[in-house]
Design a protein around this ligand. Structure first.
Ligand code: NAP
Length: 348
């Protein structure tokens, strides 16, 4: 393992990056089919995540999913600097995503927030910049899901477009190659696709075997966007505040256990293999070397059979883990309103 944050070498057990597939974006650019998530929740320090980023790159990872709200971009930036400075991996070989947080949607705040991420990450451009959630609000870091922001706003398309125009400006300035969304719904995406001068390249959304979102997934793909799947393993390390008694555990599903055993891999790794083969880009988080190595290696081994893919398609439990309760804009509002379940944008 690369222990020294100031030196970088390719690992002896690195995965041949030529064997890692890419997904093609609408303009022909390519995104590596597995990325490393970097959200350490409350218990994994920025230094630990930064060490995993450095080591994962030495093993063959070229795609990293970052965000300002994860509070560790400055630490991860040191790893990127070490990697690129080594001369062993060129900046153009990396795919680096960051995201605009909910308290920076105002027109005048977007570019400074972007610049802060860029500076922390020690980069001069980003490959992808996402609007993290479509709702403007402010919450102190690490607050409980019961926290309520009296100034929280619902999705108001005209206001969202003002934020989007700033992202378009970043593309025109040559600061970011692609822009996209996260935690969107079909009705919201329809409006954005109608009005955007630069269309979103990707939509980042919760995707794992027990939460497959087939309708949204199809809409995203049919409209030329790449679906990036977060919590691809079902987020077993998520904080208590994001757990409810109804949540199911993908890794313990008997079908996942059975198919994983047939392939000699961990059920968590099967989640990643299934995701990449289905057509999304999973971004598993891990700071355990054996795990993040396995999560990349699994896309280089023989594929799942059509029967196995069909069996996994049948275990969807519509179990959303990241409900977004804290982003409600009315006190005692139901979190389901955030997700436009009746096909219409929930009004204020
Ligand atoms: N756009 C959004 O709103 C949004 C929301 C949530 C998350 N995200 C992004 O998505 C990323 C992934 O989501 P997540 O971190 O919530 O959940 P996840 O990737 O589904 O799960 C991560 C957990 O799985 C464990 N794990 C990973 N690989 C494993 C393996 N092969 N075998 C056994 N256990 C394994 C990790 O432990 P070890 O460290 O021990 O391996 C960690 O506890 C985040 O880090 C973040 O970048 C985005």
């Amino acid at each position: 393992m690369n222990h020294n944050p100031h030196s970088f070498r390719i690992a002896d057990d690195a995965i041949d990056t030529k064997r890692v597939p890419y997904k093609q974006l609408a303009n022909g650019d390519k995104i590596p089919v597995v990325g490393l998530g970097t959200f350490g929740s409350d218990h994994i320090s920025g230094d630990q995540v930064a060490a995993a980023v450095l080591d994962a790159a030495s093993l063959g990872y070229r795609h990293f999913d970052c965000a300002a709200v994860y509070g560790n971009e400055d630490k991860i930036g040191r790893s990127f600097n070490t990697i690129v400075d080594s001369g062993l991996i060129k900046r153009e070989e990396l795919w680096i995503t960051s995201k605009l947080w909910n308290d920076k949607h105002a027109e005048q705040d977007v570019i400074p927030a972007f610049e802060k991420s860029l500076c922390d990450l020690q980069l001069d451009y980003l490959d992808l910049y996402l609007i993290h959630w479509p709702f403007p609000n402010f919450h102190p870091p690490g607050c409980d899901v019961s926290h309520f922001d009296a100034n929280a706003k619902p999705y108001i398309h005209e206001i969202f477009m003002k934020t989007w125009r700033q992202l378009e400006k970043l593309v025109a300035m040559g600061k970011v190659r692609h822009i996209g969304t996260s935690n969107m719904t079909i009705p919201k995406l329809k409006l954005l696709l109608r009005d955007a001068n630069i269309k979103p390249s990707c939509n980042e959304m919760e995707l794992h075997p027990h939460f497959q979102q087939p309708e949204l997934f199809k809409y995203v793909v049919d409209n030329g966007m790449v679906p990036i799947g977060y919590c691809p393993i079902g987020s077993p390390g998520r904080p208590e505040r994001d757990r409810t008694p109804q949540d199911s555990v993908d890794m313990e599903d008997p079908l996942m256990v059975k198919i994983a055993a047939n392939h000699g891999i961990h059920p968590a790794t099967l989640c990643i293999k299934w995701a990449a083969q289905r057509g999304q880009v999973p971004i598993p988080f891990s700071t355990t070397r054996r795990n993040y190595r396995g999560n990349l290696e699994c896309v280089t081994t023989p594929p799942l059979t059509a029967d196995e893919m069909a069996e996994i398609a049948s275990i969807d439990k519509q179990c959303r883990l990241i409900k977004g309760q804290v982003f409600c804009w009315k006190q005692h509002q139901n979190w389901e309103d955030l997700w436009d379940l009746n096909g219409k944008i929930t009004p204020a």
